[in-house]
Each structure stands twice: as C-alpha cells, then as structure tokens.
Write a protein that binds this ligand. Structure first.
Ligand SMILES: Nc1ncnc2c1ncn2[C@@H]1O[C@H](COP(=O)(O)OP(=O)(O)OP(=O)(O)O)[C@@H](O)[C@H]1O
Length: 259
C-alpha cells in the first residue's frame, strides 16, 4: 500500500545535510543522498568509512547528529521497514520456533488473524521453503537461520529493506540460494533495498546501482548503474556489462583507498 501523500515521481529516500561523529571523529558532514523507489542499491567503500552507520541512520536505529532522512517525504518512524543483520545467531529469537520467529513482527501490525496467516503463506510460497518450521533456531543451519531472519524482515511487507552483510558468514552454496530467493521476492514486491557488502561481486551482481563511498569524512565517490536483466545468477558475473561496472567500481574504490 502506498503511503498517503506518496508521489511516484519523487525519490523514495531523501537524506539531507546528514552529519555524524563518533568521539570527535567526523564520519559524515552535510551528506546528501536520494534513492529512487524500488531500487536495489549496494553500498561499497573503504573499511570503516561508515557504510553500516549510514544504513542504520536511514533505518532510524542510530541517531543522526544533524540533518534529516525522509521516506516518501515523511520521517522514517512512519514507514514499515525490514532489517537483516549480519549476525543471524544474535538476531533470531532462540526461544521461538522458526515459524514463530517469522510471525513475530506481525504482532505489532493491526491485521486480522486471516491476513497474518495469508502473509506468512505468501512468503513461504515465494521462498519455496523446504525446512521444518517447527524447529528451534539451534536445530537449524546458519543458512537456514538467516533465511528465517530474512523472512521475518519481509513478513511486514516493508517498503524498504536494509541488508547489512547478510551473507558474509554463510557458505557459497547457501549464499547463492539466498541471493536467488531474495531477488525473486524483492522483484515481485518492488522493495527499495540497501545492501552493505564487502564482496564486490555480490554488491554489483545484486544491484540496480552501486553506491561508492569515500574515506571519511564520507562522501559519495560514485554511483554506477547496473542494468543487467534479472534474475541475476552466477553467470551474470561473467557478462561484459558486469565486468565493466565491477572494474569501474574497483577503480573508484582503489583511488579512495590510496588517497
Ligand atoms: N557506536 C559506535 N561508537 C563509536 N564508534 C563507532 C560506533 N559505530 C561505528 N563507529 C565507528 O565509526 C566508523 C564507521 O563504522 P561503520 O561500521 O559504519 O563502518 P563500515 O564502513 O560499515 O565498516 P566496515 O567496512 O569495517 O564494515 C568506524 O571507525 C567505527 O569504529
């Protein structure tokens, strides 16, 4: 459902004059950014430049020192968001079965029991889930736990999804599986997505746009569109347009790191 006052032509996310320091070290000063609706943006940049800090401020889970973040022209607290953390072991609730982890955030939405069930069913069908959801997290593999936390983030049908290195602790086979399923669901639902990744292949192959950041104080070093058709697969990473965007990203990144 679109937010009241929502305008299709205006950017989904507007960050204006954002500033943030930690213990006197300036990370952002008058930082500006806009993101169009439904775009998958991969955030890439030097270590410690503030990638996680940026998405956490946009998500409203970390305060800014100054500036504003608007989603659909409104403060973030008025939007429904999803967030997937790198550390799924600390993110899933160990005392709840997998299915109850997925259902958990629905408690906070004003929905009928039927609508809650329907949302969970739709999500399970989209992800083609084949694991026993009556199990507790400790009985599941790392990849299965991260799948649960991804579904928990999506069950609220967020307009924006934040992914902070969601696959970095998983094996390659599981990563490919989760990337594939996630892309399918995001494509169906047109969710604006911000991904922080240290893996340039992953950052480019998932993205509509790669957002490259400088060393701090952090600015935008470049924005590179990547328009290869979806679904993107492992084969995407050998296509000429992928290699071109990756090479350009790497050039900008290395220029920053050497600066
Ligand atoms: N809560 C905090 N308190 C103090 N300093 C912090 C805090 N969070 C982040 N920092 C510092 O801010 C800088 C940016 O951190 P952040 O995690 O956002 O960077 P990043 O680009 O995501 O890092 P990495 O590439 O290492 O994952 C780092 O120097 C970090 O130590």
């Amino acid at each position: 459902m679109m937010a009241p006052g929502h305008c299709e032509a205006s950017p989904h996310v507007i960050v204006r004059n954002l500033s943030k320091s930690f213990h006197g070290i300036e990370l952002y000063r008058d930082f500006n950014l806009t993101i169009e609706r439904g775009q998958f943006v991969s955030v890439f940049g030097p270590n410690g430049c503030g990638k996680s800090t940026l998405i956490n401020m946009i998500a409203g889970i970390l305060p800014m020192d100054a500036g504003s973040v608007l989603l659909d022209g409104r403060p973030i607290r008025e939007s429904v968001i999803g967030y997937v953390f790198q550390n799924y072991r600390e993110a899933v609730f160990p005392w709840l079965r997998a299915i109850d982890n997925i259902r958990y955030p629905l408690k906070f939405l004003d929905l009928s029991r039927g609508e809650r069930d329907a949302r969970v069913e739709r999500l399970l069908a989209s992800f083609d889930v084949r694991i026993d959801l009556a199990r507790y997290p400790y009985e599941l593999s790392g990849g299965q736990q991260q799948l649960i936390s991804i579904m928990r983030a999506l069950v609220v049908e967020p307009s924006i999804l934040f992914l902070d290195e969601p696959f970095s602790a998983l094996d390659y086979e599981t990563t490919l599986f989760l990337r594939d399923r996630l892309q399918r669901v995001l494509g169906e639902r047109r969710v604006t997505t911000l991904l922080v990744s240290h893996d340039l292949d992953e950052a480019v192959s998932m993205a509509d746009e790669v957002l490259l950041l400088t060393k701090r104080p952090t600015r935008v070093a470049g924005r590179l569109p990547f328009r290869a058709p979806r679904p993107r697969t492992a084969a995407t990473t050998i296509a000429p347009e992928f290699i071109q965007v990756k090479s350009e990203s790497l050039r900008i990144f290395q220029e920053e790191v050497r600066r």
